[in-house]
Design a protein around this ligand. Structure first.
Ligand SMILES: *Cc1c(COP(=O)(O)O)cnc(C)c1O
Length: 374
């Protein structure tokens, strides 16, 4: 699905130097490498504050911890996504309210958000799924109307650009009150271990989140609130500082691969190519097809036989996960998410796909489909 080895070979010299410099300086925690990366990421995204943290899940947790929420306060999030959001909401004693997604973009449905709002709703967590921003104009309008916070889960969408109705162009994670991203190795900007960051333009929220990420401490050994320990390691920061200047080129490679897939698969009766959010660029963390009248398992097996990996992101929506079972929700409640879970298929997507590989993948998908349609 990804080829991190080849990517490393292209930047090996700089990466190795960056890692070695951290080891030589022995500033493994909060060293100058972290500060440098933080500043470069602020410049890249236009965010006033970037707070590097241990991973994307921590970023979401710290963001929610900073909002003075009370037990039982409701947080709206899509049901078709990775588990992290529901997890931190549950851990903090808040009430996850899941809603359906749009069939075309697979992102959170604005209509469904409106219907889910109650007097206890405090936060909306849109997920910019697979690399393109959800409908942020509409989501920010709803938030203003109902006095809610918006925490963007931009773990899959770093570098995506959103053009608002007013013509302003902003980066994913810098549109809501708070944005979160992950530097998990396979993410679009990945490190060589775990990493994450929080984004905000709000000075007070930034101070609060910095303190929470550091044991709730501003002055050393004075703990003003309950915090956590969540840091980006200096070695990871050094790696990310080398990779950040390549991010736009990495995005372009992914978009090029996506365009190749689109061209071959665009008119096929058994595949629906990814639809584009009209106001967002798509940075293709994943290239996710919707299959029509296809035996998906048989197709995956046929591809695997040819050495082509494929993945199902995500096979079970949040409301049907065992750990999150809730009398409020039953199978059938979120028909779009459930239909997507049954028909999506993600193909290899990374920065190193060349024409030869893309031709091999696409030809084999077309061939395999001949024997896997229902
Ligand atoms: C990867 C991811 C996360 C969590 O990131 P980690 O760094 O693995 O904790 C959260 N949300 C989404 C949508 C993700 O893709």
């Amino acid at each position: 699905m990804v080829d991190l080895q080849t990517q490393y070979q292209h930047i090996k010299k700089e990466i190795d130097l960056g890692i070695q410099a951290v080891i030589d300086s022995a500033t493994f925690i909060k060293g100058p490498a972290v500060k440098s990366f933080q500043e470069h990421l602020e410049a890249y995204t236009g965010a006033k504050h970037v707070i590097p943290v241990g991973n994307g899940t921590d970023a979401l947790q710290i963001a929610l911890m900073a909002l003075n929420l009370q037990p039982g306060d409701e947080v709206i999030t899509p049901t078709f996504t990775f588990i992290a959001t529901a997890e931190v909401v549950a851990l903090l004693g808040l009430k996850p309210v899941v809603v359906d997604v749009d069939w075309d973009t697979m992102n959170i449905s604005v209509e469904a958000i409106r219907k889910a709002i109650t007097p206890r709703t405090k936060v909306i967590v849109p997920v910019h799924l697979f690399g393109q921003c959800a409908n942020m104009d509409a989501i920010m309008d709803i938030a203003r109307e109902h006095n809610l916070y918006v925490v963007e889960d931009a773990c899959q969408a770093i570098g995506a650009q959103y053009t608002s109705k007013d013509g302003n162009i902003r980066q994913a994670a810098t549109i809501g009150h708070i944005g979160c991203t992950s530097f998990f190795p396979s993410k679009n900007l990945g490190c060589y271990g775990d990493g994450g960051a929080i984004f905000t333009n709000d000075d007070a929220l930034a101070d609060k989140m910095r303190a929470i990420a550091n044991h709730g401490m501003v002055i050393r050994y004075h703990h003003d609130e309950v915090g956590v320990n969540s840091r980006l390691d200096s070695i990871q920061a050094a790696i990310l500082d080398v990779k950040l200047p390549h991010l736009n080129e990495y995005i372009a490679s992914r978009q090029r691969a996506a365009a190749y897939y689109d061209k071959v698969f665009g008119n096929h009766p058994n595949m629906i190519i990814p639809a584009r959010e009209p106001q967002s660029t798509h940075v293709f963390h994943q290239y996710t097809l919707r299959l029509v009248n296809v035996n998906r398992d048989a197709l995956r097996d046929a591809l695997a036989e040819k050495g082509i990996p494929s993945m199902i992101y995500y096979p079970i929506p949040l409301h049907l996960q065992k750990a999150y079972q809730d009398p409020r929700y039953q199978a059938g409640d979120f028909p779009v998410a459930e239909k997507l879970a049954a028909c999506v298929l993600s193909l290899p997507m990374h920065t190193e796909l060349d024409d030869e590989q893309l031709a091999y993948i696409t030809q084999n998908v077309l061939e395999a489909l001949n024997s896997c349609t229902l």
